[in-house]
Design a protein around this ligand. Sequence first.
Ligand code: PAF
Length: 283
Amino acid sequence: MEILESIDALKKALVPIRRRGETLALVPTMGHLHEGHLQLVRTARQWADRVIVSLYVNPFQFGPAEDFSSYPRTPEADAAALRRENVDGLFLPATEELYPRPPEAMTFVEVPVLSETLCGSFRPGHFRGVATVVLKLFHLVEPDVAVFGEKDFQQLVVIKRLVEDLHLPIQIVGVPTVREADGLARSSRNSYLSPIERPLAGALFAALNEAASALERGLIAGDEIASKGQKVLESKGFEVDYFAIRRLDDLGTPGPLERRLVILVAARLGRTRLIDNLIVQRD
Ligand code: PAF
C-alpha cells in the first residue's frame, strides 16, 4: 500500500492506474477505522480494480464547540488495517494543501435544503464542510466509484445530490451499517461512551426497530410514532436532537401513502452524540 502524503504523490500514483485502464474506487474516511470502514473498503474492492482510502479529519465540518481537537486519531493502526485489506493507496492530505487560503477567502460548495434539515439544523455548516471536502477529494482522486456508509444517511443523500447536480461522473455506493451485537451502529465516536453509557446505547437501535414495526403495521401516524420513539429514548437518559420519519430519497416529509421511508435519529448520551437510521420499505 502506497502512503500518499501530498497531492503530487497522489497524482503520480494515479498515472499507472489510469494508463493500465484500471477502474478506481475512493473510500473517504476520517480515520480511527473500525469494522464499518473495512466493510466500505471491501465493497469498494468489488466495484473497482484499485482502491484508494483517504484519511483526513476535516476541520470545516466541525462546529466551534464540537470535537475536532479530541476526535480520535490512530493513523498507524489505520494504515495497518488497510494494508491487511490490500488497499492500494492511503491518501493523507495536509490541511495547507487541501485548503490553501484562509477561511474567509475559501471556496465552499453548498447543497441547500438537504443540508439544513435534521443534523444540518443542529450542526450549522456541517454539510457545507462535508460537501466541500468530498468534492475536493473527488477532483483530486477522480474515482469511478466512491463508497460511503449508510450510517451517515443524510451525508449519503447530500453527496448523491452533489454528484447529480454537478454532473460528476462518479458512482456513489452506499453500504449498510455494521452493528455491534446489541445493535449499536459502529462509529469512531463510540469510543467516547463511558462503561456506564455503553450498555445503554443499544436502546437507539431498539427504538428504531420499534418505530419501524409500528410503521409497517400502519396503525398510527408517523408523527405519533416519531414522538413515541423520542420519549422512549428520553426516558432512558438520551437527550434527543431529532427522531424523524422521512422520505428515503430526498429526506422530505412523507405523505401517508409513502412507501420508501427512513427513520433517522440523533441523540446525545452524556457527551457522545450518536446518529443512526433504519430504512423501511412498505409494500
Ligand atoms: O463520513 C466521514 O467520515 C466524513 O464525513 C467524510 C465523508 C470522510 C468527509 O470528511
